[in-house]
Design a protein around this ligand. Structure first.
Ligand SMILES: *Cc1c(COP(=O)(O)O)cnc(C)c1O
Length: 406
């Protein structure tokens, strides 16, 4: 039974939506694998992946199957009751990682909010209220709630909303000496993105993460890895901490975890988790059966040697061709990133013009991302076909040619 829907178009956005986004001129209506179609039936290749979310592309049969099966069973019960998909998902995450315990929520910001609250609560319980300081990094991104923008290292996201959360400082990324100078016995947590995503796809140095781990241990501070963007196979390991061989105390996950269905998770150890006693934290939808059923299916597919090895192979394919394109057209000087989180650093002549590249790519039928004004970011499906990669990069090359020659 289908109900006749009123037609809508892009112009409606400016009439009825809060103007905090500036969406592209077309409206996607359907996707399959790494292809997307808009209202006019135009086909695009998706290298954006819903901002590093659609880890198995669009309408992956395993995810559609898991969601449909659960939709016919049970949608929601709240945390007054537990549910089977949530418990299965927690088992899977605990079995696959350093963690002993999982807390589920609905977004990356909420996963980080839980991580920061847990860190403060642990320090409060163990050492008293003085130990509450959080050290984060300059240009980091941790979400848009007041706590997470305050911890994030980009004042443009936290200015103008009244008093910020206090007890937070920011040190330059990948600068161990700066962290060493800032950390003290008042520090309750250090939070780091193993690869800074939003601010330009900047991978951490191994020695930096190792050093941060040592400093945290020395000062009884917790090490939090924000893996909202890097987690669930994106780097070719299940989580980026495995790629680096440095284990955090608390890890936040979201984005890829639900493959397009909203879910977040905070993972931690038994010894820390016990500080969030009954009633200390919560969320109505956290562990929702639909979200957890989908995330279970995501993990079943992603956490396999074939898919993870495929990510590393596809990285090489992207990198080789992108370096060629960058050189040929003088558009970018460096291709960086790990696995299928890739950033092209624009050359001096094109600095600040990532949006122009985005627009040029869109004209050729390709969806890409920016990571700040100076970096073009790619975060495609982890199972994107090699043929789609080749065709997408052909389109990207045409965009680069037109942009630089016209
Ligand atoms: C996207 C992102 C977030 C915020 O996630 P939301 O689901 O938008 O709240 C937090 N941290 C990092 C590293 C991210 O990339």
């Amino acid at each position: 039974m289908s109900v006749e829907q009123a037609p809508v178009q892009r112009a409606d956005f400016d009439q009825v939506m809060v103007p905090n986004y500036a969406p592209a001129a077309f409206i996607p209506v359907r996707g399959a694998g790494s292809r997307v179609w808009d209202q006019a039936g135009r086909e695009l290749i998706d290298f954006a992946g819903g901002i590093a979310v659609n880890v198995l592309g669009h309408a992956h049969p395993a995810l559609v199957g898991a969601l449909t099966e659960q939709a016919n069973k049970l949608w929601h019960v709240s945390n007054v009751f537990t549910n089977e998909p949530a418990l299965r998902l927690a088992h899977k995450l605990v079995d696959a990682t350093f963690a002993d315990r999982a807390f589920f929520c609905n977004s990356g910001a909420e996963a980080n909010e839980a991580a920061f609250k847990l860190a403060r609560r642990v320090a409060h319980d163990r050492f008293g209220p003085e130990k509450h300081e959080i050290i984060a990094t300059v240009n980091s991104f941790h979400g848009r709630t007041l706590f997470t923008v305050s911890v994030g290292g980009q004042p443009k996201y936290s200015d103008g909303f009244g008093p910020k959360i206090t007890g937070i400082s920011h040190v330059p990324y990948n600068d161990l000496e700066a962290l060493k100078a800032q950390i003290s016995d008042k520090t309750c947590a250090v939070v780091i993105e193993p690869i800074q995503g939003e601010s330009g796809v900047v991978p951490a140095d191994v020695a930096y993460l190792q050093g941060a781990r040592e400093l945290c241990d020395k000062h009884n501070a917790l090490l939090i890895f924000d893996e909202v963007q890097t987690g669930v196979g994106r780097t070719g390991e299940l989580f980026a901490y495995m790629h680096y061989g440095v284990t955090p105390d608390i890890l936040s996950s979201a984005k890829s975890l639900g493959g397009g269905f909203p879910i977040g998770a905070m993972l931690t150890t038994e010894a820390l988790a016990k500080h969030l006693t009954v009633g200390t934290h919560g969320t109505t939808y956290g562990g929702n059966p639909l979200a957890c059923a989908v995330a279970n299916a995501v993990l079943d597919v992603v956490n396999t040697p074939e898919v993870l090895a495929g990510v590393k192979a596809k990285h090489q394919k992207f990198k080789a061709r992108l370096e060629q394109i960058g050189e040929k057209y003088g558009l970018f000087t460096q291709v960086r990133g790990v696995g299928l989180l890739i950033g092209c650093v624009l050359s001096e002549a094109w600095k600040g013009k990532a949006k122009d590249v985005f627009n040029a790519a869109e004209k050729e039928g390709l969806m890409v991302l920016q990571a700040g004004p100076d970096v073009v970011r790619f975060a495609p499906s982890l199972v994107i076909d090699d043929a789609d990669i080749d065709e997408g990069l052909d389109r990207f090359e045409r965009a680069a040619a037109k942009l630089t020659q016209g």
